[in-house]
Write a protein that binds this ligand. Sequence first.
Ligand SMILES: Cc1cc2nc3c(=O)[nH]c(=O)nc-3n(C[C@H](O)[C@H](O)[C@H](O)COP(=O)(O)OP(=O)(O)OC[C@H]3O[C@@H](n4cnc5c(N)ncnc54)[C@H](O)[C@@H]3O)c2cc1C
Length: 400
Amino acid sequence: MAETLTTEESEAFALRCREVLESLAGESGGEGLDDAKWWLGQVAEAGLGGIVYDADHGGAGLTKAHDKIWRQEKAKFAARDGEFVISHGMCLPVMNDFGTDEQKRTFMPQMITGETMWCQMFSEPGAGSDVASLATKAMLDGDEWIINGQKVWTTLAHVSDYGILIARTDPEVVKHAGISMFIVDMKAPGVEIRPIHQIDGGKHFNEVFFTDLRIPKDWLLGELNNGWNQATAMLMYERVAIGSLGAGSAISQPMTKSLINAATKNGRIQDATVRDELMKLYAMESTKAMVAMRARAEVKAGKAPGPGGSLGKLASSEISWRYREIAQAIQGLDSQAWVDEGEPGHAVQSRVLNSFQAGIAGGTDEIQRNIIGDRVLGLPRDISVDKGVPFNELKTGSAS
Ligand SMILES: Cc1cc2nc3c(=O)[nH]c(=O)nc-3n(C[C@H](O)[C@H](O)[C@H](O)COP(=O)(O)OP(=O)(O)OC[C@H]3O[C@@H](n4cnc5c(N)ncnc54)[C@H](O)[C@@H]3O)c2cc1C
């Protein structure tokens, strides 16, 4: 199929998207995740699920130009599939890039329809920013891999059916070279999931323990010991997914609007200092939206997301902490106190309490700055003390 669309084709496709979105807008598939799964199922049934993926793998088999139009139209409606940002924004493209044809036929259709949800299992207690120091082991035993170790901060593991795991398959080479990627059935014996309780009462992420977990040999995803390159590709997708969250085609400022609302209700909207801060936030959000549009345009042009995705990710984080500061100036202690969903003040409180995540999830701000420095601006790289040292000779985790 041609990668570019005529004006007529674009308009006809946009109309089709709008009709499907409008028909679903008034209907519900239940609460939260149930609704997200139902909505994705309906979208797939209408031929608009997994737009760019092959029809043989459950996708719509359309072009990136179609995908762009779909995202533009989708952004005009309330988001229904936010909880699939990891499953669809990261796991799906990685499966598409690295999976065998059989893996893609087996897993992608149900991923696309939302029937299965996926999580990402990279971080460990001793390996977060430096995830290549991970210690979870995978050993081949006949036709199966045996996995032992622990992951942490695994978003939505407790509601996921499958996960993408990175584990150590060769400890005798340098740390980046001995890692492989696997598919894990989250409900299999040997997987224990313990929720982490959050400051706002939510439980979105988890510790995941593997004790003699057995997975089929052919659930190795991609090449043996190429897991680091694949994980890097997944992190790039992650940064674009996070950096583009809530960003549609239009240049929008949802955080500023939320605070304008709060300032109006609190009688602070005429305060010159508050107005000044709101304008700065407005400018940051507008710029972030444009950076996200550029990142998506690059993907549309056939480029894999590059280190520039870190710009959008970093901007999201800075916007979150600016939001926190301004909310405190407007609402004072009321910006951190807790009232239930639906009650006045809840939306701001929820954003303030969750604002700390933005500078950590998907790689901390410091790491994004390192990436932008090294790989976008071409500055000298950070000193690497473990260059050339095999993993089993490194002082990682509790080793001294
Ligand atoms: C909301 C949320 C969801 C998450 N979801 C997932 C998930 O689904 N799957 C998953 O695998 N992980 C997930 N994570 C984990 C996340 O990727 C890690 O928390 C993150 O990479 C940081 O690792 P760490 O917590 O071990 O901190 P550390 O790496 O221990 O960092 C501690 C501090 O040191 C700084 N630092 C570390 N190295 C450097 C350096 N080289 N230069 C400068 N400063 C440095 C960091 O910036 C940070 O301030 C999630 C985290 C959060 C908050």
